[in-house]
Design a binder for this molecule. Structure first.
Ligand code: C5J
Length: 223
C-alpha cells in the first residue's frame, strides 16, 4: 500500500489494484489540423502537458502498473456517432470529414493515433470510445473488474470533457479515482481549474487530485 500526497486528503493505493488511465492523448485533439483546432481551439495548451504525462507514464510502467489508453473515435460508417454530435456547432471540419490527418475522429485514421511520446507499449490496453466517457459502450468496467482494479489514476485531455466524464463514470462504478493535476489540460484553463475544484469538493465527492511529482515520488518509493 502506498500513500500519495493529494487533495483533499492523502490517497492510498496498491499498484497491483490500480490502473493509469490516459484519456484521448490523440493527434486529433493535440496537434494542429485536428478536431480540436477545427473547433477554434489553441492546441498548444494541450501539447504543454505531454512531457509531464510522459514522466508519469514511464514511472508507472517502471512500477509494473496497468496502463489504459483511450481514444475518442468512431467507426468509419459513423454508425456509432449520434447525428446530433456530428451536426452541432459550426466547426471547420465535422466528425468524419477529411482533414490533414485523415478523417476527423474516425478509428485508425492518422489523427486518431496517440501522440508518439505517449504511444501505447505492447500489452497496454487501448480503448476506442464513441462517447466522452471511457465507460460508455466500451466494456472497460468488465475488463478492469477481471483484473482486480479498484483504483484509477487519470490524466489526459480535455480536463472538463472526456477526463471529467470518465472520472465521474468511474466514481459511480465504485473506483477510487485521482486526477493528476499537471498531466491534464483543457483549451480553457478556467474550466480546468473549476474541474479540479469540483472533483475534490465536499470531501472528494468525485475523487482526489495530486501533482505528477507526488505520483511519481510515491510510485517510485514503492519499488
Ligand atoms: C472533446 C475530449 N473535448 N477528449 N473530447 O471533445 O475531451
Amino acid at each position: 500500500m502506498i500513500e500519495l500526497a493529494a487533495q483533499p486528503f492523502p490517497f492510498k493505493l496498491d499498484v497491483v489494484n490500480a490502473a493509469l488511465v490516459i484519456i484521448d492523448m490523440q493527434r486529433d485533439f493535440v496537434e494542429p489540423g485536428g478536431f480540436g483546432e477545427s473547433l477554434g481551439n489553441d492546441v498548444s495548451l494541450l501539447q504543454a502537458v505531454i512531457p509531464v504525462a510522459r514522466e508519469v507514464l514511464l514511472a508507472w510502467r517502471g512500477a509494473g502498473g496497468l496502463v489504459v489508453h483511450t481514444r475518442e473515435s468512431h467507426l468509419p460508417d459513423l454508425s456509432d456517432c449520434p447525428p446530433g454530435k456530428r451536426l452541432r456547432g459550426n466547426p471547420a471540419l465535422r466528425i468524419g470529414d477529411r482533414g490533414p490527418m485523415g478523417r476527423i475522429l474516425v478509428r485508425d485514421e492518422e489523427g486518431n493515433q496517440i501522440v508518439p511520446e505517449l504511444a501505447p507499449a505492447r500489452g497496454e490496453m487501448v480503448i476506442d470510445k464513441p462517447g466522452k466517457g471511457a465507460f460508455y459502450a466500451t466494456g472497460l468496467h468488465e475488463m478492469l473488474i477481471e483484473r482486480g482494479i479498484t483504483h484509477l489514476l487519470f490524466m489526459g485531455v480535455t480536463t472538463e470533457v472526456c477526463v471529467q466524464t470518465s472520472m465521474r463514470e468511474a466514481n459511480d462504478r465504485g473506483y477510487d479515482c485521482l486526477l493528476i493535476e499537471d498531466a491534464t489540460a483543457s483549451y480553457f484553463p478556467e474550466f480546468k481549474a473549476a474541474t479540479l475544484a469540483m472533483i475534490t469538493a465536499q470531501g472528494a465527492i468525485v475523487g482526489w487530485t495530486a501533482t505528477a511529482d507526488a505520483v511519481i515520488e510515491a510510485v517510485s518509493s514503492s519499488l
